[in-house]
Design a protein around this ligand. Structure first.
Ligand SMILES: Nc1ncnc2c1ncn2[C@@H]1O[C@H](COP(=O)(O)OP(=O)(O)OP(=O)(O)O)[C@@H](O)[C@H]1O
Ligand SMILES: [Mg+2]
Length: 264
């Protein structure tokens, strides 16, 4: 099997007090080792649900989720996750927040080694010198950088990012995109990123998947023809503008709106 993450015709229905809510109705996704896929789609279509299936926190009603040739049946330490609002523990220093996953998955690793690993990551994202601060002493962008370090500290094979930069202003977000590229080249992982930001999706990913409205299917897939690291100027090229136009069009279809109704 080629793909490190292999999702085949996955269906998921939530059973709630108010009744059944079909959310995913046949989602397919394949991410090769070292690949990075962005997922976009209307609000509430089931993107976070999809990340929970990959992380083994939920089981599909039908279809299959495979990681590295193994059927996912429960949570795995080889999967790291980062979210929109990083939950950092205020009673721990930045360094101790980053070492936390190691304390859980590698309790016998010497403390010096854990610290060294955390310090190396913090330096990579530009947080050298902030190791002993408390989370509340950091800006939102810095907290998100620390959270990224925490999700990578135990070298997960797979990194799932659910709107990681959604709460940040546009300039901070662009800085983080560049940091993310740097991290990706120094700390190889296979990534799935949920985002609402189409520019972010084409800047960071090798492939963008558009999910339809709920119950969601994989509606459209776009290969990003750029290899390796990119700079922000790429987003202003005619090629980028054309890709963004097509993705916007697909989102309108997913929302069930014609381009005219959407006013675009
Ligand atoms: N644990 C749950 N039990 C019941 N319904 C749920 C549960 N989690 C999510 N839902 C519902 O399933 C649908 C999909 O939710 P999900 O969070 O996956 O969407 P999303 O695409 O991530 O949305 P957003 O873009 O707003 O983050 C929503 O209607 C939501 O209310
Ligand atoms: Mg979500």
């Amino acid at each position: 099997m080629d793909a490190l993450i292999d999702i085949r015709d996955v269906k998921l229905t939530y059973e709630t007090k108010g009744g059944r809510l079909p959310v995913l109705d046949g989602v397919d996704m394949r991410v090769p080792e070292g690949g990075f896929v962005a997922v976009v789609g209307p609000s509430g279509c089931g993107k976070s649900t999809l990340t929970r299936l990959i992380a083994g926190l939920l089981e599909p009603n039908a279809g299959e989720v495979w990681l590295h040739g193994e059927r996912v049946t429960g949570p795995k330490s080889s999967v790291g996750m980062a979210f929109q609002n990083p939950v950092l523990l205020e009673w721990r220093s930045v360094l101790r927040n980053v070492t936390l996953p190691l304390e859980l998955v590698a309790p016998r690793m010497p403390k010096r080694e854990k610290d060294e690993r955390a310090r190396q990551l913090l330096a990579l994202v530009g947080l050298e010198g902030f190791e002993d601060k408390r989370p509340s002493e950091l800006s939102g962008g810095m907290r998100q950088r620390a959270s990224l370090c925490r999700s990578l500290v135990h070298k997960p094979e797979v990194l799932i990012l659910d709107e990681p930069f959604g709460a940040l202003d546009a300039f901070t977000r662009e800085d983080l995109w560049q940091t993310m590229q740097k991290v990706k080249s120094e700390e190889p992982f296979t990534g799935v990123m949920i985002t609402h930001d189409l520019r972010e999706s084409i800047f960071l990913a090798d492939e963008v998947i558009v999910m339809s409205g709920r119950p969601a299917v994989t509606q459209y897939t776009m290969e990003i023809p750029w290899k390796g690291e990119r700079d922000l100027d790429r987003l202003y090229t005619p090629e980028a503008i054309e890709m963004l136009g097509e993705l916007r069009h697909q989102i309108q279809i997913a929302q069930g709106r014609s381009p005219r109704e959407a006013g675009v």
